[in-house]
Design a protein around this ligand. Structure first.
Ligand code: SF4
Length: 345
């Protein structure tokens, strides 16, 4: 018989589950609160339930747990990275960063990724499977427990394409936002996509107030398609139309991530094209120096070039922020830790 992953169920689903066991609705709220607020790791820790009830719940249900296998602390900033093992032996990575009075966690949503971006370490390990809701929320709860700190900002920007695991992502966001659980404001969550335009439209129609970030990097279709194959499916025009729709529906300004690579996307022609695409739009561009990895043969733009690139965009009316590299000494690029760990095994 199928066993239910109870920490992946929302309140309504838990209610159905407990009603099927002949229990009252309020038990579902208690169960939800213990999983998502008190972060219990075992049903035996829910002592407000009798032993008999706990055993009854366990007959068809379980709490899916992730296990910490390694931690890496940066020596140059407060970034920490965690490798977690899933029940089937798969490895995922989660990153903690602390800045501007915010404790931010960057969580993974898939094991590997199908998108095939050429600059990304996750592509090397390829795609294995989607993460379940509990495997995504548990990354937050585990890091909170390990560091004994409250996470007040979540970015879905780790390994995987969140919109390719759409249903689980939406459910995760709603569970993390639930006042009986983590109670994190939707405005404190950011979903980062490589550009699945159809799913951006679906997300906009849900009228959530999460932030949307787009990994953009290349303003020319030919070049973007070469480095980000998703662009062959949804070209820049289609992607930007979906982003405009997201802004219209939610009122949330879309951010565009732009990793600067020496000689590749940091030229005057790139500035001109970005201005052509974005002038007059209520958007923001985050400029990020490349975290160099062996899988991607290019180098980060020179500091002087990065500053000049930003100045030229700002002068022409495009809002930008220059982001610092985080955790550069502990293999900061997306999916790199996991790939190296798997390689060593
Ligand atoms: S950059 Fe993101 S979307 Fe692209 S392959 Fe890596 S994990 Fe996937």
């Amino acid at each position: 018989m199928k066993k239910y992953e109870l920490n992946s169920l929302n309140k309504i689903e838990l209610q159905e589950y407990l009603e099927n066991l002949g229990e009252k609705k309020f038990r579902a709220y208690q169960l939800f609160e213990h999983i998502h607020k008190h972060k219990v790791e075992s049903l035996d820790d829910i002592t407000v339930f009798s032993k008999q009830l706990r055993e009854k719940i366990k007959e068809n249900g379980f709490l899916n747990q992730i296990k910490l296998v390694d931690t890496f602390k940066s020596q140059i900033d407060e970034t920490q990275k965690f490798l977690f093992e899933l029940h089937d032996g798969q490895i995922i990575e989660t990153v903690f960063m602390s800045y501007d009075n915010r404790n931010t966690i960057c969580v993974s949503c898939q094991v590997g990724c199908k998108m095939g971006c050429s600059f990304c370490a996750s592509t090397k390990a390829w795609f294995k499977r989607d993460l379940t809701v509990s495997e995504i929320t548990s990354q937050v709860y585990m890091v909170e427990k390990i560091l004994d700190q409250n996470i007040n900002n979540i970015v879905f920007m780790g390994i995987g394409e969140p919109l390719d695991n759409y249903d689980n992502m939406v459910k995760t966001i709603l569970i993390l936002n639930d006042p009986s659980g983590k109670n994190l404001s939707q405005r404190s969550m950011t979903l980062s996509t490589s550009g699945l335009a159809d799913r951006i439209i679906d997300l906009a129609d849900l009228n959530l107030s999460i932030n949307l970030a787009v990994s953009f990097h290349y303003p020319f279709d030919k070049q973007r398609s070469e480095f980000m194959p998703v662009n062959k499916r949804y070209d820049i025009k289609t992607l930007l139309k979906a982003c405009d729709y997201y802004f219209e529906k939610t009122g949330r300004r879309v951010s565009f991530e732009y990793v600067l690579v020496d000689g590749l996307n940091d030229t005057d022609a790139h500035v001109d094209k970005l201005v052509e695409l974005f002038r007059g739009k209520n958007i923001h561009i985050n400029l990020i120096p490349l975290n160099e990895i062996s899988e991607f043969k290019y180098s980060a733009s020179k500091k002087s070039n990065i500053k000049a690139f930003q100045d030229r965009l700002n002068k022409r009316g495009i809002n930008t922020t220059l982001r610092n590299k985080k955790g550069a000494d502990i293999e900061g690029a997306c999916g790199q830790l996991r790939v190296n760990y798997i390689g060593e095994k």
